[in-house]
Design a protein around this ligand. Structure first.
Ligand code: SF4
Ligand code: SF4
Length: 433
């Protein structure tokens, strides 16, 4: 348990002041000391010192966490709480193993270049057997309860055609000013190819050609967050191999969680690898840019992105939710706002607590659905009071979470990806609730 001892040394930097508790979304709902960041860090220390033993209860507590890193952000002692908790999950999995369901999904589907598309293609054909269309809605509900999916949940339909299947390897701009790689991400590939389409159109119109290797894999975040680093590493190596053939200096992604994984978590998960592997990982990770960062930093005039529309008397109002992986992991919050504020066809309105976690947390929303929705409901109350027409965000996970919550609460706000708001042309409909 030498790794656990290292983690314990890091956890011991926490002086248990409790400053971070006020902002922890889980503590805010449970009011249970053991779920606080300092509670979890204390348990890691006790485990390393042999005071307590590995148990299902301990595992449940360490997984009662959104990995949002709000605690790390608000810690005056700069304790890397998020990083410590994620590494502790890995130690738990190393010692207790994965559940059969997670083993099957992570080791044999998610990290397999062949199995994942095959599995989802079959799912796309058969989804009508398990799911029914919601009248006047843009999603599906389960026909019957399943142990791992709540029946109330809104489930977006799998796309008929997956983005990486129909998108050419090179979407060339005319004239071409720049050529960059495009990491699509599973949600955008299999559920919302329209986000990929909007990204391609937006960048092509601005002279940027996109290289989209079709043999790119899932980023691996779900496995990484669940402590299965070996499956996540397998995804990482497949992605690095898929892109390094093209020798690109910049690879963009329009999913904040993918961006955080490729840029920040890949170097973390290979920190003990050999020099050659570390170099490959670091070269790949340093090329990664979130789309909002790319648009504001790399294009000469971001405001030239948009078609100036006929000014209406009252513009539709749009607000923005900061994905945790974009704001806290990558430090990006100014760029999406700058882009939204420069639009001529929408009025940007700031939302209170815009960077508060939406409660998604990867598999957290599956394992703790009711708690996850309670956390989201605070944001939905704010949205309802603001009376905005649209909510934009830059993360596929947040999109899914808001679509579900907004549908269940019966709000009129439409949920869009940032690129869809930017790319919107006059007359196009944004009905993605
Ligand atoms: S990562 Fe988020 S949910 Fe987890 S302990 Fe920290 S603040 Fe709470
Ligand atoms: S993690 Fe930081 S803010 Fe939270 S209790 Fe420990 S020292 Fe205080």
């Amino acid at each position: 348990m030498s790794n656990l001892k290292d983690l314990s040394t890091k956890a011991a930097q926490c002086v248990k002041c409790g400053t971070c508790m006020a902002n922890c979304p889980i503590y805010g709902e449970t009011l249970s000391e053991v779920t606080t960041p300092r509670g979890k860090l204390s348990l890691i220390e006790s485990l390393a010192s042999g005071e307590i033993r590995l148990s299902k209860r301990l595992q449940d507590i360490l997984f009662s966490c959104l990995a949002c890193d709000t605690c790390g952000e608000s810690c005056p002692n700069n304790v890397k709480v998020g990083e410590i908790l994620l590494a502790a999950r890995k130690e738990l999995v190393n010692h207790r193993g994965l559940s059969p369901a997670k083993r099957l999904i992570f080791r044999h589907v998610l990290s397999s270049l062949r199995a994942m598309p095959l599995f989802l293609r079959a799912g796309s054909l058969l989804q009508g057997l398990f799911l029914k269309k919601i009248p006047q809605g843009s999603g599906l509900h389960l026909r019957f309860s399943l142990p791992f999916l709540n029946k109330k949940r809104l489930i977006p339909a799998l796309a008929k055609n997956f983005f990486c299947d129909y998108q050419p390897l090179l979407a060339q701009a005319q004239p071409e000013k720049k050529r960059v790689g495009f990491f699509v991400g599973c949600v955008n590939n299999y559920l919302f190819p329209r986000i990929g389409d909007a990204t391609v159109r937006l960048l092509n119109r601005n002279g940027v050609s996109l290289i989209t290797p079709s043999d790119q894999n899932c980023c691996g975040l779900m496995a990484f967050g669940a402590g299965d680093w070996s499956s996540a590493q397998k995804c990482a190596l497949a992605n690095i191999a898929a892109f390094e053939t093209y020798n690109l200096d910049t690879i963009i992604t329009s999913c904040a969680s993918c961006a955080a994984t490729l840029k920040t978590f890949y170097p973390q998960m290979f920190k003990d690898a050999d020099d050659k592997t570390q170099k490959r990982v670091n070269r790949f990770s340093s090329a990664i840019m979130d789309i909002s960062q790319f648009l504001t930093q790399e294009l000469d005039s971001p405001s030239a992105l948009y078609k100036t529309l006929h000014q209406q008397e009252k513009l539709p109002r749009i607000t923005y939710h900061d994905p945790c992986h974009l704001k806290r992991t990558l430090g990006i919050s100014r760029e999406p706002r700058e882009l939204l504020q420069s639009l001529s066809h929408l009025e940007f309105v700031e939302m209170a607590d815009a960077s508060k976690c939406c409660g998604m947390g990867g598999t957290f929303t599956i394992t703790h659905y009711d708690l996850s929705m309670n956390i989201l409901n605070h944001k939905l109350d704010t949205l309802e009071a603001m009376d905005v027409d649209m909510l934009a965000t830059g993360c596929s996970g947040c999109l899914l979470q808001f679509m579900d919550g907004i549908h269940q609460k019966g709000l009129k706000t439409k949920v869009v990806h940032l690129v869809e708001a930017l790319e919107r042309e006059e007359g196009s409909e944004l009905d993605h609730r």
